[in-house]
Design a protein around this ligand. Structure first.
Ligand code: SAH
Length: 254
């Protein structure tokens, strides 16, 4: 066994203030940084450190590369946006280990938690995730669309608040429209909806609306969409954006 290891790091949703001290330390300590191009480019160049930026669709190759480097003694930080365990690189690394060799199983791996987009968005909006919620990725690159339909239906029937990741991209404009059509058939049109785009970044944009009135094309690949439960509500404020929250008590009087 070498001194090499893989540290799976979440960079948070954008600004450096949402990067944990533990994650920053790992990024300084690493001999190699591996990740999707925009995340790797965001990090400063450091002497003695090699940055390997790769395209988004090659997560397993990236994980394989990290395992090979770690086995040669490198300290490899593999970076994701947000939390590395939420629709991100940690699961890809474990998938590579699961289908890999004994050497892969013996490789030292650490996963460092990060702030996920849903937490940043929720904090910006008020407290929409204050009661039971679920997170669903609308990307059908890695799962069949009928599974997404089944999960959205179950989430609506279970009256969960729903956080939608990967709601749309240039090549996938349709899923968010289909998801809204389905949710409109299952939930009240008065259900609060938030489109939280680029939270914490200079181009942040928040749109508060209802399921009945929402324009699904508001969502792009930098947007986290929150759809309320039957309990989620706005607190209107004079001259300011309303708060959005889900009470701690189910059935709290309005
Ligand atoms: N691991 C990441 C999620 C990766 S999936 C995390 O924990 O946040 C990528 C999706 O995350 C995007 O399509 C978008 O839905 C969401 N996302 C990431 N950063 C965001 C931000 N700053 N504001 C809003 N949504 C964001």
């Amino acid at each position: 066994m070498t001194s090499g290891k893989i540290i799976i790091v979440g960079l948070g949703p954008g600004p450096d203030r949402w990067l944990t001290p533990e994650a920053s330390h790992a990024l300084e300590e690493a001999t190699d940084i591996i990740g999707y191009i925009p995340y790797v480019e965001r990090l400063p160049d450091r002497q003695g450190q090699v940055k390997h930026a790769t395209d988004n669709r090659v997560e397993i190759d990236r994980a394989r590369h990290a395992l090979d480097l770690a086995q040669q003694g490198h300290v490899v930080a593999i970076v994701s946006g947000g939390d590395p365990g939420v629709f991100a690189m940690a699961a890809a690394v474990f998938e590579a280990i699961d289908t890999g060799t004994d050497a892969d199983r013996a490789t030292k791996v650490q996963v460092l938690p990060g702030i996920s987009a849903m937490q940043a968005a929720a904090a910006r909006l008020g407290a929409p995730l204050g009661h039971d919620f679920c997170a669903i990725s609308l990307s059908d690159n890695l799962k069949p669309w009928d599974v997404i339909i089944r999960r959205l239906t179950a989430a609506a029937e279970g009256d969960f608040v729903i956080a939608l990741y990967n709601p749309a991209s240039k090549t996938r404009p349709q899923p968010i429209h289909d998801a809204f059509a389905l949710l409109r058939s299952l939930k009240s049109p008065a259900t609060p909806v938030a489109f939280a785009r680029a939270v914490g970044r200079p181009d942040e944009r928040i749109v508060l609306t209802t399921l009945g009135e929402a324009d699904p094309s508001t969502a792009d690949m930098s947007t986290l969409v929150i759809i309320g439960s039957s309990e989620t509500r706005f607190i209107e404020r004079e001259g300011q954006e309303p708060w959005l929250y889900t009470p701690r008590h189910y059935g709290l009087k309005r």
